[in-house]
Design a protein around this ligand. Structure first.
Ligand code: PLP
Length: 420
């Protein structure tokens, strides 16, 4: 049966999401991808000839090394992201850890990391990588001078989020890549908030726009696949993507350290990927609907969403994100400050108070009590998180119902009462 995979550079994401991997055939006729849970594989003459010659990566030997279902999921993810290779891990944090260890082998080293970042990434550096002698050098994602100073101090890896957590600031990835590469450093982009449907940092430009030169593109992309890629809040996974050369050490270390995703979780992820384009577009529509409804609503002092023309990231979003898509996450600030947030969240009838994003259900979380709890109010402000901040991760519900849910909760809450 002809295989559409060679068209992956021209096929659009909705098509790739369905046809970007294994193709059923007469020998392998299941239309739905099979789940191959086995941990080990029968060795025979054919596999012996490979392993006797020292090739342990081509034959099926053992699922920590390679599993057909995991590999099929990786091929699909690589094609969606415009990458040569992908490696699935047990979580997003395991994926970020793998990038840092592959990019900075040995002991010691320095990573420049944007201050506007998921709190768990900071904890990874402070609690684990610091013990291995890897220093964390923070910079403001919008400040080229701060990044230049980190690079002058010897950072060899720059790590940023393309759309940042929680206030959805869009990073100037081309400028950051240029700066990193001019200093001989690599750029790793956590693209969890964007998903490959909204942005592809390895390609560097939206579909249809001229691709920038390689020095303006990322070297590694990581995702918490727990979010939009999995999409149903029912699996935990992470993925690293990049060129075949850069992925070689990532894959080798994953095999030796044993951090590969379980075949059952990979199967669930493959099933979810088929609908990722539909889901992410619906989430972006819902996020825009909520952002527009909240702008100017009583008790709301600020709405952060790159889709709003008034947002500081809007122009950059138009340049770097796929046309008409601005991501699934927004944040807003309440006049009543942090004290008003729990009351408001408790009055929502649809959106759920839970710390994740990218699922079919809309979730809210309060950064001051959750992702950014370890920071002081001043540090939160430096990361763009003002008092009374609520993050909204839009699901796929009807945007009008979601907007009504937020407006009703505001009307009933102390936040609205505080504003009179
Ligand atoms: N990166 C970002 C931007 C995240 O929001 C998260 C989790 O919330 C992670 C990485 C970590 O992913 P995981 O929970 O799958 O380890």
């Amino acid at each position: 049966m002809p295989d559409a995979s060679h068209d992956h550079e021209t096929l659009r994401p909705a098509t790739l999401a369905v046809h970007g991997g294994r193709r059923p055939s007469a020998e392998d006729p299941d239309v739905a991808p099979p789940l191959r849970r086995t941990s080990t594989f029968l060795q025979h003459e054919g596999t012996h000839s490979s392993t006797d010659a020292g090739d342990w990566s081509s034959p099926l030997v053992y699922s920590r090394y390679k599993n057909p279902g995991v590999e099929d999921c990786e091929v699909r993810l690589a094609r969606l992201e415009g990458a040569e290779r992908a490696a699935l891990f047990a979580s997003g944090m395991a994926a970020i850890h793998a990038v840092v260890r592959a990019a900075i082998p040995g002991s010691g080293g320095r990573v420049a990391m944007a201050r506007q970042i998921y709190g768990g990434s900071v904890a990874l550096f402070e609690d684990v990588l610091a013990e291995q002698g890897i220093a964390l050098d923070p910079f403001d994602v919008d400040c080229g001078d701060e990044l230049a100073a980190c690079l002058d101090r010897g950072a060899t890896l720059v790590h940023v989020e393309g759309i940042s957590n929680p206030v959805a600031r869009v990073a100037d990835l081309r400028r950051i890549a240029r700066q990193a590469h001019a200093a001989g450093a690599a750029l790793s982009v956590d693209s969890t908030f964007a998903s490959p449907i909204v942005q592809r940092p390895l390609v560097g430009a939206p579909r249809g726009a001229a691709a920038p030169p390689p020095e303006e593109r990322a070297d590694y992309v990581v995702h918490s696949a727990t979010k939009a890629l999995g999409g149903h809040s029912d699996l935990t996974a992470g993925v690293v993507l990049g060129s075949a050369d850069l992925m070689e050490p990532v894959l080798h270390r994953r095999k030796v350290a044993g951090a590969i995703l379980d075949p059952a979780a990979a199967w669930l992820l493959t099933r979810s990927l088929a609908t990722v384009d539909l889901r992410v577009r619906a989430q972006c529509r819902a996020a825009m609907g909520i952002a527009e409804a909240l702008r100017g609503a009583p008790g709301v002092t600020h709405v952060h969403y790159p889709g709003l023309a008034s947002d500081p990231s809007h122009a950059r979003a138009l340049e770097l994100l796929e046309p008409g898509l601005f991501g699934s996450v927004l944040a807003f600030e309440l006049e009543g400050g942090d004290a008003a947030t729990r009351d408001l969240v408790g009055r929502l009838r649809l959106a759920l108070d839970a710390p994740s994003l990218g699922g079919v259900e809309t979730l809210v979380s309060i950064p001051a009590f959750m992702s950014h709890v370890a920071m002081s109010p001043e540090e939160r402000r430096a990361a763009g998180v003002g008092p009374g901040c609520v993050r909204v991760a839009a699901g796929i519900e009807d945007p009008a119902d979601l907007a009504a849910d937020f407006l009703a909760a505001l009307a009933a809450s102390g936040a609205a009462a505080a504003s009179g």
